[in-house]
Design a protein around this ligand. Sequence first.
Ligand code: PMV
Length: 331
Amino acid sequence: MTDIQQAVNRLIPRRTPPASRGTGTAPANIALCKYWGKRNQELKLPLTGSLSISLADLGTTTTLEPADTDRFVLNGTEQDPASTACQRLFSFVDLFREPGTPLLVTSTNTIPMAAGLASSASGFAALVLALNDLYRWNLDLRSLSILARLGSGSAARSLEHGFVEWLPGEAEDGQDSYAERLDITWPGFRVGILTLSESEKPVGSTEGMKRTRETSRLYASWPDEVAHALPRIRQAVFDQDFTVLGATAEQNALSMHATMIASWPPILYWQPETVHTLHQVHALRRRGVEVYATLDAGPNVKLLFLQDQEEALTTAFPGLRVVSPFRPHSI
Ligand code: PMV
């Protein structure tokens, strides 16, 4: 039996028949201290901890229903069964079901896909919640976070709203590698989503992490960077110290990209618009607008700021989608 199947069986020892329907809904998240590098590929165990903010209404809702054949309908469009998305989805679902029990999976993403925001985090978190509902497991959030992690690492952080920390854990089977919510609300906190480039990602995060670990000598410094940034960001969240939080998060994201750029072949996600936006952010800061940038495995830039700068930023960046993580949300 594979390690991943064993990890699943530890939490779900018995297969139960499905109900007539199961649903789940989960927010996307943006890491303020990034996850970049696995200590175990199959179990998606990270080398370091990470800390994120969930994106309120931006996320995924998924419904599961027993069907005659496996089908995946995303945002109203039937997906090709041979597509990577379908294969990844149903091989994950196979870990939980009796053989020969096909499912119709219907998902709606409210994440602006064109912004290159990872939908795998909210996608796998919503799927795990829908499975929990369909098979009536009644699992706690910790177990659900572990299961979501097995689908996509960052999905471990998408089970809850607000600030969420993923504890890397030490156990070989990953039972202590899960995420939990930090008990704090920060109503004025804002995340801005910019759509800069719709170009396809040249390298996915799984391959990107692997290549960085194997070929970038700068990667040796990454655990040190996280050891510095993570406690600082956590403390800044509790102190509501936006200056420390923003500066540490931006430096952490740029450090992650530095390790990628120094890989071979190089992983350069940045497009001209990315560099232009970073310069704009820095120019705004010099003019007293407190805004910081963060970037993931793609060319797009996300902005971090407080409510009082919202007008200045929507003026500087027309088309900026502003997310208020602590406003009441529907998902
Ligand atoms: O969970 P994955 O494999 O999509 O990796 C996510 C990696 C980053 O988005 C770059 C960083 C993070 O912590 O979300």
